[in-house]
Design a protein around this ligand. Structure first.
Ligand code: UFG
Length: 337
């Protein structure tokens, strides 16, 4: 029997790329999504890329009845849980909305998983749980700092809830802590679809290059870094997608060493904002208009991953460099005009 993999938020940015990778690796996938930050057409685009049918249900995870009803008709071997709100600034303005969505949604999902004896669970976490780490690169043992935003707190709480869930019910859980996901599928059929003015650097860069935004603001050039701008670890979204499939396979094969495991997913290399701009211009042969402005509240100076554990335990290696990732981001942006 070929049991299914449930992907929540499977029409969203990282979810959709992971669904492609799962289908291309022979998994039968079922997606649930509430379309709160995604578009229904992504469903067709995924099918177009993989040339396979994709089962999809419009379900809001906050709706416990709908979640229970869904599970009662399914035979699921594992869950990859992406569905969550993720805008840092919005979470400061609407904390309760973030807690309700990210925490209640997770609880409804876990209760159903417990009742249906679903054994394997992958959770979308973030390097935001580390805050400004004292040591770089950041490994999985780095202490968690008090999160700067309700969004960050929902990721920390989500991890704690999952740790207890795995311990008490003897379930297998892997939390994946992403650094900064960027880029789009090489076909340019799916990619990041920010609603309104983008918060994140890369969609703002591509929209500026496309003339949708007048110019990019570089938030601060007085950080203690090599050129004064902040450092992040930009990881290609298809490399991330592959890591999800490898983490899932580890659980399905019973190769996990503990019930609850954590992996950092990043390239291991930090880039400054100015280096990202240069790489984008070089990769795409376009000029980017930008100005230096004040620092953005809540931003940290530098974060990049120690990826040793993911390499050793998952056998995962990021394969796509910054320029190539930025090329796919631009190819995708050009399809949106
Ligand atoms: N930046 C700019 N101009 C912009 C947007 C961003 O200069 O218009 C800079 C930021 O100051 C930062 C870097 O580009 O130095 C990256 O910013 P992003 O907003 O793209 O990413 P963050 O690192 O701030 O946020 C990401 C995720 C969050 C997560 C956080 C954890 O998007 O979900 O990492 O650090 F919480």
């Amino acid at each position: 029997m070929n049991k299914k993999i449930l992907v929540t938020g499977g029409l969203g940015y990282i979810g959709s790329h992971t669904v492609v990778e799962l289908q291309n690796n022979g998994f039968e996938v079922v997606v649930i999504d509430d379309l709160s930050n995604s578009e229904e057409f992504v469903h067709e685009k995924i099918e177009q890329i993989t040339n396979k049918k994709l089962e999809y249900h419009l379900i809001d995870l906050k709706d416990q009845e709908a979640v229970d009803e869904f599970f009662s008709h399914q035979d699921i071997a594992g869950v990859i849980h992406f569905a969550a709100h993720k805008a840092v600034g919005e979470s400061v303005e609407k904390p309760l909305m973030y807690y309700r969505n990210n925490i209640v949604g997770l609880l409804n999902l876990l209760e159903a998983a417990r009742d249906q004896n679903i054994e394997n669970f992958i959770f979308s976490s973030s390097c935001t749980v580390y805050g400004q780490a004292d040591e770089l690169p950041i490994d999985e043992n780095a202490p968690l700092k008090k999160a700067e935003s309700p969004y960050g707190k929902t990721k920390q709480m989500g991890e704690e809830i999952l740790e207890d869930f795995s311990e008490t019910y003897k379930k297998n859980v892997i939390a994946l802590r992403y650094f900064n996901p960027i880029g789009a599928h090489p076909t340019a059929l799916i990619g990041e679809l920010p609603k309104g003015i983008p918060n994140n650097l890369i969609p703002f860069v591509t929209q500026t290059a496309a003339g949708i935004r007048e110019q990019l603001s570089v938030f601060g050039d007085d950080y203690p870094t090599r050129d004064g701008t902040a450092i992040r670890d930009y990881i290609y979204v298809m490399d991330l997608a592959k890591a999800h499939v490898m983490a899932l396979q580890r659980l399905l094969d019973g190769k996990n060493k503990k019930n609850y495991e954590i992996f950092n997913l990043g390239t291991g290399t930090g880039s400054t904002v100015l280096e990202v701009i240069q790489a984008f211009e070089k990769a795409n042969k376009v000029k980017l208009k930008y100005k230096i402005t004040e620092r953005r509240a809540g931003d940290i100076t530098a974060a990049y991953a120690d990826k040793t554990k993911a390499e050793k335990e998952l056998g995962w290696k990021p394969e796509t460099n910054l320029e190539e990732s930025l090329r796919t981001a631009w190819e995708w942006q050009k399809t949106l005009k």
